[in-house]
Design a protein around this ligand. Sequence first.
Ligand code: SF4
Ligand code: MG
Length: 330
Amino acid sequence: MRLLEVDDLEKYYRTRGGLFSSGREKVHAVDGISFTMDREETLGLVGESGCGKSTLARLVARLEEPDGGRVIFAGKDITELSEKELQELRCEMQVIFQDTYSSLNPRLTVSSIIGEPLANFHVGTRKEQKERVQELLETVGLNPEHATRYPHEFSGGQRQRIGIARALALRPKLVICDEPVSNLDVSIQAQILNLLKKLKQEFGLSYLFISHDLAVISYISDRVAVMYLGKIVEVLKSRDLATEACHPYTLALLAAVPVSDPRLREGKELIVKGEPPDPVNPPAGCRFHPRCPWAEEKCRREEPVLKSVKAGHQVACHFEGITMRGCGSG
Ligand code: SF4
Ligand code: MG
């Protein structure tokens, strides 16, 4: 069943006094993005930093107002909610952040941090709230005795567990995870990812999971959406990533992680060269063309649209990605 529908979502930033140095007066952080999510699905959103992933997350959570498009969550257009309805939405949709230093108040005890949403929404009596906090601590693998301590007394992984417990307090349907493991050591990353997987099963959660790391994304997600400079360039099932991905940018991301793809070993080397272009002044045509080894004249002129190449697989490339051009066969 459908949980979320994002339709042509747009967010741009203006300069204070007129034009950017490029001559443009606005820069698109999110440029006409559409996707859907089912209940109990994890959609991974991957791309380099600055591609607009976090802005997209903030728009979906309505922590920022979009400049265009719609976000339909559980059948309601959340871009048109009243203040009161927005409060209700906060129960159903929660966010886990990357930086637990700024997202957990250092002056509050763990108990107050996790119990805050319960207190704000007047869920149960004080005693019931306390019991719920104890239960949540156990759910995320912390000791109930930790309740009286402060965030600085914990490691990065433990702090992220506290953030997860807080996000779950109100029993949300959707949890938006914005780079939740990016600040953690690799061994700790795996523990947190496994915890998130377990919680999804246990509580029937859906995650919109954001990361710059394709290995993390492919581990946690059912489907993957690849973002490049404010646009989605490919969507496919995670299990098909290694064999079916065909957008040159996705292949470049794959080449950077230890997933072997024979297409990458022959012909043109696919390494994403240089820094991503300036989002203030994105290249004309296909935004990836300055870094794409397969770019042709048409790519410099015309912008490709995201279209289906088969069921559950969409690509934005004039040549429907490199596999379809026969690059994989010979
Ligand atoms: Fe490369 Fe052209 Fe496809 Fe863009 S449209 S990804 S430049 S081949
Ligand atoms: Mg970010």
